[in-house]
Design a protein around this ligand. Structure first.
Ligand code: NAD
Length: 499
């Protein structure tokens, strides 16, 4: 049995806490490795090393720090296949989807190569008589990130690339479900020229997270995961005086207007609802056709496509639409929610409950499910299912449809399919959700924009990547300077105003 490690001060280090978690191969259900779960002492050791290494890294000029990112991009491209394979083996997603996971992270690293521009600050010449004023963005010190299982390459890179290029040290606590790719990324950053101790990986569970929350040296915490944990980390981290940004769960609605291209809408729902087995925070999990006639046409087009989805292990290459879910517990939770939907009276148009894959009977595969006639009081509507289950809630008008999306507690992403510009514009303006697609089902912003939801999908002010990341990972310092020859008056007792 493979025993995974932490990555501390440039070395793979065995866990000393004596506690481990199983890392499964979701396709076979077998335990393929054990990952150590750090205790407080192990986390504190990593923080000490980070704190000692960080000032020298912050003193490296931004251009040189950006060059490490340039080399890292080249190494990610060199090792793309290896990274994708390791990612699929622990997560279960298909190989092309795993490569996409790495690619979307890589694009954030590319954006971070612009750090010299992003960090150059502001300057006002002659803000007053003989007085100049300038603002600098300085690194925070030691920063930390806690990441979910569903994007084990992209989300760590969302965080550590901007943190590090800004001159911080970063401690990554990845998901204990798929920790191998984060460890590989840390190795590649050092191969790219990053000094030891600036990026460390501490594997663990709640104990390691609490050690991060209560550590006085750590200045900021980034979190992505489920909403209850996001709320806990945001509340506790803020009470400890840290800068915190937390991203939580989702229930993304796609509204289908009567004038939409129904073939296009059905294809969009297929990829957005079932891709990565629905384990995406930007997956569409609720389809809202407007009018019964639209709903009937949609279901008629969608149901055969859902029935024909190919489910299998990543080793089947491009011949698979989606793979297993991440654990047996996740599978059980999804199937329990499906049962609750049936019990509550929703119509299960495509029933994947009996799905089983020959040769992979112990794998965590879940067949595709499509519900119609779901109502907003049902658990399958209210809760995040995070599986290959799409719920259709019929609305009788556009107002009812937009109101439904607006009333849901989550506000990560949403989409509208229509040919009408007025409706699309009204939707984009009024909706209280952070990422909006118009005839685009998964509107994930590119690296140079920012990523983030509203409502219970986010806690904190600044989004991931884009310009917000440079704000989150730096503090502003503003200097007002006047040289002695300019000081001609005596003491000044009222607040200075520059006239
Ligand atoms: P999770 O909340 O179970 O775990 C996320 C991280 O928190 C992991 O590193 C885990 O070790 C840690 N953790 C788990 N329980 C903890 C506890 N009790 N105390 C402290 N830390 C704890 O989430 P997950 O299952 O890994 O990921 C799926 C969730 O993430 C979904 O809800 C999904 O919507 C969400 N997600 C959100 C976004 C976004 O940008 N909004 C992106 C990806 C995933």
């Amino acid at each position: 049995m493979q025993e995974l490690t932490h990555y501390i001060n440039g070395e793979h280090v065995k866990g000393t806490s004596g506690r481990f978690a199983d890392v499964f191969n979701p396709a076979t259900g077998e335990v393929q490795a054990k990952v150590p779960l750090a205790n407080t002492a192990e986390l504190e050791k990593a923080v000490e090393i980070a704190a000692a290494a960080q000032p020298a890294w912050a003193a490296v000029n931004p251009q040189r720090r950006a060059r490490v990112m340039m080399r890292f991009v080249a190494l990610l491209n060199r090792d793309m296949d290896k990274l994708a394979e390791a990612l699929s083996r622990e997560h279960g997603k298909t190989l092309p989807d795993a490569a996409g996971d790495v690619q979307r992270g890589l694009e954030v690293v590319e954006y971070c190569i612009g750090a010299p521009q992003m960090l150059k600050g502001d300057y006002t010449d002659s803000a007053g008589p003989g007085i100049d004023m300038y603002s600098m963005r300085q690194a925070l010190g030691v920063t930390a990130g806690i990441t979910p299982f569903n994007f084990p390459a992209m989300i760590p890179m969302w965080m550590f690339a901007p943190a590090i290029v800004c001159g911080n040290a970063f401690i990554l606590k990845p998901s204990e479900r798929d920790p191998s790719v984060p460890l590989m990324l840390a190795e590649l950053m050092e191969e790219a020229g990053l000094p030891k101790g600036i990026l460390q990986v501490v594997n663990g569970d709640k104990e390691a997270v609490d050690a991060i929350l209560y550590n006085d040296t750590i200045q900021s915490i980034g979190f992505v995961g489920s909403t209850p944990i996001a709320e806990y980390i945001y509340g506790t981290g803020c009470s400890q005086g840290k800068r915190v940004q937390c991203f939580g769960g989702a229930k993304n609605h796609m509204i289908i207007m009567p004038d939409a291209d129904m073939d296009q809408a059905a294809d969009a729902l297929l990829g957005a609802g079932y891709g990565a087995a629905g384990e995406r925070c930007m997956a569409i999990s609720v389809a809202v056709p407007v009018g019964d006639e639209t709903a009937d046409r949609l279901i008629e087009k969608l149901a055969p496509k859902v029935e024909a989805l190919k489910v299998g292990p990543y080793t089947s290459g491009n011949d698979v639409d989606y793979g297993p879910v991440v654990t047996g517990a996740a599978k059980e939770n999804i199937l329990n929610l499906v049962e609750s939907g049936v019990k509550d009276g929703a119509k299960l148009v495509v029933d994947g409950r009996d799905f089983s894959l020959q040769g992979y009977e112990d794998g965590f595969f879940v067949g595709a499910h499509l519900f119609d006639h779901v109502t907003t009081d049902m658990d399958i509507y209210k809760k995040e299912i995070f599986g290959p289950v799409l719920s259709t809630v019929r609305a009788q008008s556009y107002e009812e449809a937009i109101g439904m999306a607006m009333d849901h507690e989550y506000g990560n992403g949403t989409a509208i399919f229509t040919r009408d510009g007025d409706t699309a514009r009204d939707f984009a303006n009024r909706i209280n959700i952070g990422m909006v697609g118009i005839n685009v089902p998964i509107p994930v912003p590119l690296a140079y924009h920012t990523f983030g939801g509203w409502k219970k999908s986010v806690f904190g002010d600044l989004n991931q990547h884009g310009p917000d990341a440079f704000k989150f990972y730096t503090r502003t310092k503003t200097v007002t300077s006047r040289w002695p020859s300019g000081i001609k008056e005596g003491g000044e007792f009222s607040i200075p105003v520059m006239e």
